[in-house]
Write a protein that binds this ligand. Sequence first.
Ligand code: FEO
Length: 162
Amino acid sequence: MLSKKMEAALNAQINAEFWSAYLYLSMSAHFAADGKPGFAHWFNTQFSEEQGHALKIFSYIIERGGSVELKPVAKVPQSWKTPLAAFEDTLKHEKEVTKMVHSLVALAKEENDYATESFLKWFVDEQVEEESTAQGYIDALTMIKDNGFGIYTLDKELRSRA
Ligand code: FEO
């Protein structure tokens, strides 16, 4: 059985994952309107991944006999000056999510909740990948600067994300 404190923290994480999904869907809409279908597709895929993260926690709470509480999803930004700015926001946000995941692990340890600690390992690893991916695109876009052909080429590459 989950403690009430852990249940509340996991529910807060569901909300954070849905907020992430919402953020990336907003970025997808922004780039679709901005004539960058590859960036739009990439962020749309990211949106689906974040929903998957939320649902993983949703199922885990239920599996452990806890109660899911779906809270309102707060408003997200709607536009970004450049693709670089969007990926910088992505990295900043993912770092916040990493902190939240690490706090959950710390709580699980404190409570000797070995099952939750084990469940969270997937999220710890996923955050390493998420931060590294965002940093990779920041590095590429920093090199590209405002070179139109570079942006076009990267946009084409991002279209192929499965
Ligand atoms: Fe689910 Fe991107 O953190």
